[in-house]
Ligand binder design. Structure first.
Ligand code: NAP
Length: 493
């Protein structure tokens, strides 16, 4: 164990090249994540960052932007200045092959100056339509031709269906091998999502009952209270199914129902996840109708309807809510309904998983109903777990009552939880892809999703089908009816 910890703590040497260095993702997530790695000692003297984008910023201006993105994260201005001094800006149009020469010259210079051993990490924080071009020129212009490693981090969305995802993957894999491609899904960097495997595979009392004999159903909710904000243009062409289900939700489901991996290493975990995706039942159009519902928010609680948002067509048929029932036909989980739900402008922002266990044979105290045994994994906003049990009601009466055993992180523990991007960037520095999506996982997840999308597109709903839920609610009534058909209900409401 000591050896593993030492390895993880060792300072990493690398050059980060951030494409889209002026963008929202870089400023809101990547620079704070890099700063946290710096504070924790994973990045020290031997690192440098090149931010690239078209606008003509100077190094000084760029460093000021970086500093303001980490404002308030530490008191010491000296530390902030030291950190920012490792950042360099290079104006660069990714479509212009000649710009890669300038980029290479700067990369080589920084490599020598900071003694980076040729280790390079390219973060593609840009629209996916540029991924193929960037990968091609990184190789052809010799940037990725160093003695160290050359790893590419790719943001979502990875395609908009199986075909486009495959074309993108074919393009990138011409230049980078699968082991050097890190497809990021930031949910896999969240502490409580990473806790799923720890809970399932380190507790005999849970692993013994994690199967279709004991589990009644599984529920996954990713609810957002915000609307589309500034992302209307993108969102209206994507919808909740592509934006949330294909990636985050299916990844969480895979962790919940996959078979036990031989070890916590990328090869073993990904193998079990791929098997799970293969076992995910792809629905026929009739099955889509029976198992998936969609919604779009109307106005409510002083908030506008989706169709009134900026950049959204007044007759848009894009779904802002999805609920569905999934079936994974592997040995342990076949027959267990897996209900998933996500939406915008819902009552609250939360990510929560409920494992509902089958009821005991019945109360020995008579006719009274027993409460469900439920294991809840609260991912956010209040990370922790809870287990509800039946215990005896206090007093002379012989009856049971529901008791909840609850564990939430203390303030100090919560403060120690790394941000998702921080954990994932560290994984890339370590060359550890356990929390990244393999192409084979994507392939099957898109095939599953395409069947739903196709059935929906062919169904042709009337324009007045939407809106069907109000802002500030937990989605349309059809979402409750989906579970009611099976005699179930959303635990989180
Ligand atoms: P953004 O704010 O629009 O940033 C796009 C970046 O690309 C800018 O830095 C822009 O800078 C640069 N750019 C555009 N065309 C270029 C060109 N031809 N050559 C060089 N640079 C160019 O987008 P974002 O929100 O950061 O998102 C980036 C990617 O991450 C997208 O794929 C998005 O879907 C994904 N993502 C974002 C978030 C998030 O929270 N923002 C979350 C998950 C995934 P210039 O205009 O100066 O060139």
């Amino acid at each position: 164990m000591k050896v593993v910890l030492n390895l993880v703590k060792k300072e990493k040497k690398a050059l980060f090249v951030i494409f889209g260095g002026t963008g929202d993702l870089a400023q809101r997530k990547l620079y704070p994540a890099l700063f946290n790695l710096y504070k924790r000692g994973y990045l020290k003297k031997h690192f440098a960052v090149i931010g690239t984008a078209r606008r003509p910023w100077t190094n000084d201006y760029y460093r000021d932007v970086v500093k303001s993105s980490i404002d308030g994260m530490v008191d010491s201005q000296t530390k902030i200045n030291e950190f920012a001094s490792h950042f360099y800006y290079q104006s660069h149009n990714v479509n212009d092959v000649e710009h890669y020469e300038t980029l290479k010259a700067l990369a080589d210079k920084l490599d020598a100056k900071y003694e980076l051993a040729g280790n390079r990490l390219y973060y593609l924080a840009m629209s996916p339509r540029f991924f193929g071009t960037i990968s091609k020129y990184l190789k052809s212009e010799g940037l990725a031709d160093t003695d160290g490693y050359n790893r590419v981090i790719i943001e979502k969305p990875f395609g908009r269906d199986y075909q486009s995802a495959k074309e993108l993957d074919d393009e990138i894999s011409k230049y980078f091998s699968e082991e050097d491609v890190f497809r990021i899904d930031h949910y896999l960097g969240k502490e409580m999502i990473q806790n799923i495997m720890a809970l399932r595979f380190s507790n005999s009392i849970l692993s013994a009952i994690w199967n279709n004999k004991m589990i009644s159903n599984i529920q996954v909710t990713l609810s957002e209270s915000l609307g589309v904000e500034e992302r209307g243009g993108y969102y209206d062409t994507a919808g909740a199914l592509r934006d949330m289900v294909q990636n985050h939700i299916l990844q969480i489901v895979a962790l919940l129902v996959m078979d036990r991996p031989a070890s916590y290493c990328a090869k073993d975990v990904r193998q079990k996840k791929v098997e799970t995706f293969k076992a995910l039942k792809v629905y026929s159009p009739e099955e889509v109708k029976a198992n998936f519902v969609r919604g779009q928010y109307g106005e409510g609680k002083d908030m506008p309807a989706y169709r009134e948002e900026n950049l959204i067509e007044p007759d848009s048929m894009t779904e802002t809510f999805v609920a569905g029932k999934l079936e994974v036909n592997n040995k342990e989980m076949a027959g267990v309904p897996i209900y998933i739900r996500t939406g915008k402008r819902m009552a609250t922002k939360a990510t929560r998983i409920d494992i509902v266990f089958k009821q005991d044979k019945g109360s020995i105290y008579g006719e009274q109903a027993l409460a469900d045994n439920i294991l809840t994994i609260n991912v956010e906003p209040d990370p922790g777990i809870a287990l509800s049990l039946n215990t005896k009601k206090i007093g002379q009466e012989y009856a049971t009552k529901k008791t909840e055993l609850k564990n939430s992180l203390t303030k100090e523990q919560a403060a120690r939880v790394p941000e998702a991007y921080e954990s994932l960037i560290l994984n890339v520095l370590q060359g550890n892809s356990v929390n990244f999506t393999h192409w084979d996982e994507l392939k099957y997840s898109w095939k599953f999703l395409d069947a739903i999308r196709k059935a929906w597109d062919e169904e042709g709903l009337p324009v007045d089908y939407f809106p069907n839920y109000s802002c500030g609610t937990m989605g349309p009534q059809i979402s409750d009816e989906l579970l009611a058909k099976d005699g179930n209900y959303w635990i989180f409401n």
